[in-house]
Each structure stands twice: as structure tokens, then as C-alpha cells.
Write a protein that binds this ligand. Structure first.
Ligand code: DGY
Length: 323
């Protein structure tokens, strides 16, 4: 019987995904779901003599780590659509193939974008806190007032697959869709959404703003003090993309002053060590990076990651090769 390919799996994964790995690979699993730092990644890559690594966004594949990987490592398959945790230039220089998992998490993540827009706009968390703290007295004409979502103008920064899925959902709330994207979409995908060539052009229209761009250097601190100033007073901001797209030192004072009415945030710069000043604010709706956190979606992401690995080990081109 042919030997199974050697794989190093950096995180615990859903049972069905792990079962497929056990069936098809000679794998080192992370049974305790230990947090692997740079030295562990290099050490375990060497110890396993693996050709493939199945990783997640939690492991940082810096240029230094990649340069120290043994030559037998040929493919790094990440169970994520984002790959800002991987230095793809360093991977390219080393001839290391990198794959990701587009498409399969689009719907789940767009759902969480809507949850963040609604949760922030309607003050879901601060209202629920009143129940949890036993402070609900009687119905209040003037308390827990949010703003209408229905019929408002929504700007989408990053109109890729997830941005388009957010637009589709927001149409159900009769929102007027604006978007800013490097390339204008064809009319059948735009579906009446209004394209803006620059964020500066779009932001003054955004009563609601949904951030759905990739992370990385190009979008680092996109939402800074200058751009916040361009938003209408009381705008609601949602971010399910990457925490690095927002400058916390600009957003937090804007939330404190009311310039930004509310924010729904699923991702944070430096997460899980996020800026704790958010916790003192009543006008935020906070989630711990759960955009793709459904069992169906995580299974699909796992299977897509394995499809890419299977293809490479069978001598075919992986479908989701990014480098
Ligand atoms: C992704 O797939 O990029 C999600 O953010 C999970 O890491």
C-alpha cells in the first residue's frame, strides 16, 4: 500500500475534517490545541518531516519562520480565506505553495456583517446587558434607542465575494448600496449599487459602513481619523474583515464623542489581545472573530483545505493557489 503523505496540522479541527485527515494522511494532529509560536512551527515541521502543513489564521508565517522551514515542506494550506498571516512574498521566494479557502465562508461571514450592522445600530449588546444585570425596570419610551437600519444608505468597503453577499442581504432591508472597490463590478453583479472610485467619494454617503476588504498592508488603518471625519455624524460602522483595517485610536474617540454612533466589530487589531477601551463603551456590539463560525462552514473550509492538499499530492494544481 502506498504511503500516506505526511501532514502537520496546527490546530484542532471539526471531527469530520479530522476524520478525513486521518483517513488520507499520516498527520501530526494538535490534540490539545496548543498555541504554536514560531519556534514550535519550525521544530514540528522538521520533526514530522512533513511535505504539507494545514494551518489557520492563528499561526504567523513570517518571512523568518518561512526561511527556517525545512526543504521538505512544499505546501502551506490555510483554513481561511484571508492569508495576511502568511508572508506570501517569502513563500514565493522559497517556492512554497500557499492555498486558501474562498467561497465557502462567504454566506456565513456576510450574515455576521449584517448581525454587526443590526447589533450595533439597534444596541443589541447594551440592551441585553440590562437583562443580564437585572436592571430591566419597565418599558422605556426613551431608553435603548438605536437607529433604523431599514432604508438607510450602506457603504461597503471591499466589494469582493463577501461584500457582494452583504449587499444582497442589505437589499432585503431596503438599503441603498454604495461601494468602493478597485474595480467596478459588471452591471449584473452591481445590481444597482453605486460605485465610488475612492473611499473619500463614498464615505460622506455612508449612514452605515461595512468593511469587507482583505487585511494586509494595502488596507492597514484604512478607517483613520481623516476618513472618520468624512462619515455623516452618527454613522454606524461594522467590521468583519480584519482588525488592522481600523485605527482603534481614531475609532474609539469617535465612538466616545458620538461622531460614530455605534460600531459592530468581529475582528480586532492584535486579537485576541484587543483594545480593552471598547469594553467601556455602550455603543458597541463586539464578537470574538466568529464570521465563519458555523459547523457547516468550518467543515466546508476544512474540506476545501484538504481538496487543495489532495490536488497537490496527486500532482494536480490546487484550485485555490494564492502563491
Ligand atoms: C478567514 O477565513 O479569513 C476568517 O477570518 C477566519 O480566519
Amino acid at each position: 500500500m502506498a504511503q500516506k503523505p505526511k501532514l502537520f496540522v496546527t490546530r484542532r479541527l471539526p471531527d469530520d475534517v479530522e476524520a478525513r485527515i486521518r483517513r488520507d494522511y499520516d498527520a501530526l494532529h494538535n490534540e490539545d490545541d496548543a498555541a504554536y509560536g514560531p519556534e514550535d512551527l519550525v521544530r514540528l515541521s522538521m520533526a514530522t518531516k512533513c511535505e504539507g502543513i494545514l494551518t489557520c489564521g492563528t499561526e504567523k508565517w513570517t518571512a523568518d519562520v518561512i526561511s527556517r522551514l525545512p526543504g521538505h515542506v512544499k505546501i502551506l494550506a490555510t483554513l481561511s480565506v484571508g492569508y495576511d498571516h502568511i508572508d506570501v512574498e517569502a513563500a514565493g521566494r522559497k517556492g512554497l505553495i500557499v492555498t486558501n479557502t474562498p467561497d465557502v465562508l462567504t454566506a456565513a461571514t456576510a450574515d455576521i456583517s449584517m448581525l454587526c450592522l443590526l447589533g450595533a445600530g439597534r444596541r443589541a449588546q447594551s440592551s441585553e446587558k440590562i437583562l443580564r444585570e437585572g436592571k430591566w425596570g419597565r418599558w422605556e419610551p426613551m431608553a435603548m434607542l438605536g437607529v433604523d437600519v431599514t432604508g438607510k444608505k450602506l457603504g461597503i468597503y471591499g466589494m469582493g465575494r463577501i461584500g457582494q453577499a452583504v449587499a444582497q442581504r442589505a437589499r432585503g432591508f431596503e438599503m441603498e448600496i454604495h461601494y468602493c472597490n478597485r474595480n467596478r463590478l459588471p452591471p449584473e453583479r452591481e445590481q444597482g449599487a453605486i460605485h465610488h472610485a475612492t473611499p473619500e467619494d463614498m464615505l460622506p454617503h455612508c449612514q452605515f459602513l461595512s468593511i469587507n476588504s482583505p487585511g494586509g498592508a494595502d488596507t492597514y488603518h484604512f478607517l483613520n481619523a481623516g476618513r472618520i471625519a468624512l462619515l455623516p455624524d452618527g454613522a454606524v460602522v461594522a467590521n468583519t474583515a480584519r482588525g488592522t483595517v481600523i485605527d482603534d485610536n481614531a475609532l474609539i474617540p469617535a465612538l466616545q464623542s458620538g461622531k460614530i454612533g455605534a460600531a459592530g466589530l468581529d475582528v480586532f487589531e492584535g486579537e485576541p489581545d484587543f483594545d480593552k477601551r471598547y469594553l467601556a463603551l455602550d455603543n458597541v456590539f463586539l464578537l470574538p472573530h466568529v464570521g465563519s463560525a458555523t459547523i457547516e462552514t468550518r467543515n466546508a473550509m476544512g474540506f476545501r483545505t484538504l481538496d487543495n492538499l489532495d490536488a497537490w499530492f496527486a500532482g494536480r494544481k490546487p484550485g485555490d493557489r494564492v502563491v
